[in-house]
Ligand binder design. Structure first.
Ligand SMILES: Nc1ncnc2c1ncn2[C@@H]1O[C@H](COP(=O)(O)OP(=O)(O)O)[C@@H](O)[C@H]1O
Length: 190
């Protein structure tokens, strides 16, 4: 299995790139945000538990998120590899992911970060909020809160993967195709 973690701030383009990369490399795309939104929409128990956090732009507690993530991965026992989008977002999630992948004889091959300036990203999210219906994209305060969550809890993961020699950074400003090309260069050289 070649497992890739797509890393980046809210709005950096992880979901957009994942759509192209999953086809190109025949990977299984797991977006924790999408799985949570599916559960919210269907008002499942998981959705009910996650809603307050998500609507406020806070991270959902690690235990709940990790359990959901492992359930998702286990739905694809024959995959070539997983493209993780939105997970891990905390050190505790990264450790849980490593432990889980080790238990199935696998690992994270690389973490690829899409880099972009905060101000550009906030504007992108506000634009997305006009059409996506996402409550967390419609209010600048909630968006800023997601950046604060990112800076406090998610940014430390860069070091975590850097220390393992697995961290790769890519310029996330440009056309979608240009960025796919940059990410592909990293994957092709693994
Ligand atoms: N790994 C995770 N840990 C905790 N909460 C998560 C995680 N992934 C998604 N969420 C919740 O779902 C929301 C939306 O996720 P996502 O669509 O990936 O957001 P964004 O566009 O802000 O990157 C997050 O703000 C958070 O509440």
């Amino acid at each position: 299995m070649t497992n890739i973690v797509l890393f980046g701030k809210p709005g950096a383009g992880k979901g957009t790139q994942a759509e192209f990369l999953k086809e190109k490399y025949k990977l299984t795309h797991i977006s924790t945000g999408d799985v949570f939104r599916f559960n919210l929409k269907n008002d499942t128990d998981l959705g009910k538990q996650a809603r307050v956090y998500m609507d406020a732009g806070d991270l959902v507690p690690d235990e709940l998120t990790t359990k959901m993530l492992i359930d998702e991965v286990n739905k694809h026992p024959d995959t070539n590899g997983i493209l993780f989008d939105g997970y891990p977002r905390t050190i505790s999630q990264a450790e849980a992911l490593d432990a889980f992948l080790t238990s199935i004889g696998s690992n994270v091959a690389a973490t690829i970060a899409l880099e972009a300036d905060d101000e550009i990203l906030v504007q992108r999210l506000l634009e997305r909020g006009k059409t996506s219906g996402r409550i967390d994209d419609q209010d600048e305060e909630k968006i800023r809160n997601r950046y604060q969550e990112y800076n406090e809890k998610t940014a430390p993961l860069m070091n975590y993967y850097e220390e393992q020699g697995k961290f790769h950074s890519v310029n996330g400003i440009g056309s979608i195709a240009e960025i796919t090309e940059r990410v592909s260069n990293v994957i092709d050289n693994l």
